[in-house]
Ligand binder design. Structure first.
Ligand code: 5GP
Length: 212
């Protein structure tokens, strides 16, 4: 894959937020409109929720299998979130980046830190904030897929998650989905133009000079 005619290395676009800030909706809209971006499908030990599709939302595994994958180095990053384990399979991401495709990640701050340590040059991180605490609570309740104690736990955790906003490259306050999606798109467009990602530029410029 290329960007225009210039060979380009793909980028890793991470979207993090407390649950209920609108990250999933934003991700879906980006994926629908951007054919060069694919979603990284994580492995998790948490139970499948109604409506979730195996291999699309997550690869569901048990703890034993998850540990085996950790030991084999099959994850690019992994972390424990809400007492469950989550990890990003390494192989599909590395292959996509090499081919010039961009990969979207819905992972937490721990995973983002690990990606920053391992692959800073490929990483573009975006933190999504809810417009208010009240709105966050409303969205968590409206979602109603989790039980009440789970909702309460996530409200408490939201504050912890939000304390990591300053570790991200970009921060978006999600007041309006359409506006937030447009903002993520413009980040993606600009980051694709970074000189270091346009691997074919040197050859392109050389050809320009040769033809002068
Ligand atoms: P949920 O269980 O609601 O789908 O996700 C809970 C949290 O785990 C979210 O903040 C999500 O971003 C995070 N998460 C999902 N997959 C991964 C992953 O592969 N790695 C890390 N570090 N976090 C993940």
């Amino acid at each position: 894959m290329s960007f225009g005619e210039i060979k380009r290395r793909g980028l890793m676009l991470v979207l993090s937020s407390p649950s209920g800030a609108g990250k999933t909706t934003i991700s879906r809209q980006i994926l629908q409109s951007d054919t060069n971006t694919t979603m990284s499908v994580s492995c998790t030990t948490r139970k499948k929720r109604p409506g979730e599709v195996v291999g699309v939302d997550y690869h569901f595994t048990d703890e034993e299998e998850f540990k085996l994958m950790v030991n084999r180095g099959q994850f690019l990053e992994h972390a424990q979130v809400f007492s469950n384990w989550y990890g990003t399979p390494r192989e599909p991401v590395e292959m996509t980046l090499r081919m010039g495709g961009d990969v979207l990640f819905d992972i937490d701050w721990q995973g983002t830190q690990q990606l920053a340590e391992k692959a800073r040059e490929d990483l573009v991180s975006v933190f999504i904030l809810p417009p208010s605490a009240r709105e966050l609570e409303r969205r968590l309740i409206a979602r109603a897929q989790d039980d009440k104690s789970e909702i309460q736990r996530r409200m408490t955790k939201a504050s912890d998650e939000m304390s990591h906003w300053a570790e991200y490259d970009y921060v978006i306050i999600n007041r309006d989905i359409t506006e937030s999606v447009a903002r993520v798109r413009s980040i993606l467009e600009s980051e694709r133009l970074r000189r270091r990602r346009q691997e074919g530029l040197a050859d392109f410029v050389k050809e320009l000079q040769d033809n002068l």
